[in-house]
Design a protein around this ligand. Structure first.
Ligand code: HEC
Length: 156
């Protein structure tokens, strides 16, 4: 139990005095945190879906686009990988039969897959999707078009 306060005026002074001390210490602490917080904010922004704001893939062939934008996760043979994450195989992948599905996944992302198509033109997305649908043991010859990609883009 705390003793009942008998000298309100004096104790008020001490309280407000210690309050401002606390405020000063807190202020200093927050000030020293500021650069850290700014850094965290920067990191959060660099993790946005567009990976690096303003970045665009410049490759134009399916092979080159796949190498730059897809194989880091799906592997050069398209067979995917399991390790720190699960990257599904695109080889002999019956999910690619309906062309709109891979188009959607590439432009909108899906769970752990980022929307890498956000950094490509409609024609580039169509090209890389058509490449995947006709390589790695896939034989889906009904090509998707840039127009299909345009329609699949999320609303801005
Ligand atoms: C950062 C890693 C990463 C990159 C880069 C990436 N993917 Fe993926 N991809 C994934 C993951 C993870 C999944 C599984 C998503 C899920 O859980 O539904 C996936 C799923 C897919 C699927 C669905 C497969 C299925 O059988 O349902 C397709 C198609 C696909 N990716 C194509 C591509 C293409 C084409 C590119 C390049 C333009 C690409 N991905 C780039 C990680 C990636």
């Amino acid at each position: 139990m705390r003793p009942i306060q008998t000298t309100p005026v004096k104790s008020n002074l001490t309280i407000s005095g210690s309050r401002s001390a606390v405020a000063a210490v807190l202020g200093l602490a927050l000030m020293s945190l500021a650069p850290l917080l700014a850094h965290a904010d920067e990191e959060a922004r660099s993790r946005s879906p567009a990976l690096s704001p303003g970045f665009r893939f410049t490759e134009t062939t399916g092979e080159a686009l796949f190498a730059s934008a897809c194989q880091g996760c799906h592997m050069p043979d398209g067979k995917g990988a399991v390790g720190a994450g699960t990257y599904p195989s695109l080889a002999k992948d019956s999910n690619l039969e309906v062309g709109n599905y891979p188009v959607h996944v590439v432009v909108r992302g899906q769970r752990a897959m980022p929307p890498v198509g956000a950094m490509m033109s409609d024609a580039q997305v169509a090209t890389v999707v058509n490449y995947v649908r006709t390589h790695f043991g896939n034989e889906y010859r009904d090509a998707v078009s840039a127009e299909d990609v345009k329609l699949a883009r999320p609303e801005k």
